[in-house]
Design a protein around this ligand. Structure first.
Ligand SMILES: CC(C)(COP(=O)(O)OP(=O)(O)OC[C@H]1O[C@@H](n2cnc3c(N)ncnc32)[C@H](O)[C@@H]1OP(=O)(O)O)[C@@H](O)C(=O)NCCC(=O)NCCS
Length: 301
């Protein structure tokens, strides 16, 4: 077996391994490009391909290191080995090299898949039972779980004009964000939900802007966005309401506005990822748990 650093010429090989190897997912070429090319922290030292002795690409790993406050966190962002080449130590060899490189960069903590803001899935789907075995064998510990919900877009009506009229009586307006909202939105997100800045920027790059804002007296108090990660899959989020504005039904309106956009764009369902407040989403849009993820981490010494 030979391990080489990923370069764009190997995209097709990486795609084939991810497509065949991650059999519970539907990864498209476009999606993999978003994960590799659009990642601001892409590093060839952490993105590796394994070749078999007959020189066939059989394993792929993508790691990234992100700054989180003063610390650096490492992520195994993607990992797959072709079925017929499993249990031969290929993933171990790929991960070991990535972990070594992460250590040399001062990483103290590694997590699996949940490399927000640009991530594929928010953890390990335990139906990839080999992955559960693999990460536990390699010293990872499960610390939490989360779910992706699925909201049906075909049989639901997301018209919010009545609710919005009521809010207007209290001086609250809801609208799609425009260019002039970009800087105020960035300022607001930095104060309230700093981790989501990248996704906010991504929403403003979409045409039309895939972000809706609630304002009171001209000031932002809440927002919701979609198509900011895993574009082309009906991915919802993030959304957030400032503490003082909670409990007034604003979040429900904003959520429905985004789902309405996705419906109009032709999506039949939406993914509400990495949840979070399941009852909130079930209440407004009857969304159900579609997938569950176990979150793993490993402290590096
Ligand atoms: C998870 C995956 C990458 C492991 O690849 P691999 O090359 O087969 O892994 P390794 O051979 O290096 O396995 C290392 C250890 O993991 C554990 N492990 C891996 N597969 C296992 C299995 N089928 N049953 C039990 N333990 C397993 C074992 O402890 C193994 O060591 P051992 O063979 O000495 O007992 C591979 O199964 C895969 O591609 N799965 C589908 C995609 C996926 O799940 N990706 C991660 C999503 S979060």
């Amino acid at each position: 077996m030979k391990i080489v650093k990923y370069s764009p010429g190997q995209f097709k090989a990486a795609y084939r391994i991810c497509k065949m190897g991650m059999e519970l997912d539907k990864i498209t070429e476009d999606l993999l490009k978003q994960k590799i090319d659009d990642d601001p922290d892409f590093a060839p030292d952490l993105t590796l391909l394994a070749y078999s002795d007959s020189n066939k690409p059989v394993g792929f790993i993508m790691g990234v290191v992100r700054k989180r406050g003063k610390e650096k966190t490492g992520y195994v962002k993607l990992l797959a080995v072709l079925k017929e080449h499993r249990r031969k130590g290929i993933a171990t060899a790929l991960y070991s090299q990535v972990e070594q490189e992460m250590k040399s960069r001062g990483v103290k903590l590694v997590r699996v898949y949940e490399s927000y803001p640009n991530y594929f899935m928010p953890g390990v789907d335990p139906f990839y039972t080999e992955a559960v075995c693999f990460f536990e064998r390699n010293g990872f510990v499960k610390f939490n779980d989360c779910a992706n919900l699925k909201a049906d877009l075909v049989h639901q009506d997301f018209n919010t004009s009545k609710e919005e009229r009521k809010l207007r009586q209290h001086g609250i307006t809801v609208s799609r964000a425009g260019k002039k909202d970009f800087q105020p939105m960035l300022n607001w997100i930095r104060r309230h939900f700093a981790a989501w800045e990248w996704e906010i920027r991504a929403a403003f790059e979409n045409k039309p802007v895939s972000l809706h804002i609630a304002k009171k007296d001209g000031r932002i108090i809440a927002f919701s966005a979609h198509e900011t990660n895993n574009k082309g899959t009906g991915w919802f989020g993030p959304m957030g309401t400032g503490k003082a504005a909670r409990g007034k039904g604003i979040g429900g309106i904003l959520l429905k506005r985004c789902l309405n956009d996705l419906k109009k764009a032709g999506f039949k369902s939406s993914v509400i990822p990495w949840v979070g407040p399941i009852p909130f989403y079930m209440h407004y849009v009857n969304s159900k748990v579609e997938r569950v993820f176990w979150r793993y981490e490993k402290k590096l010494s």
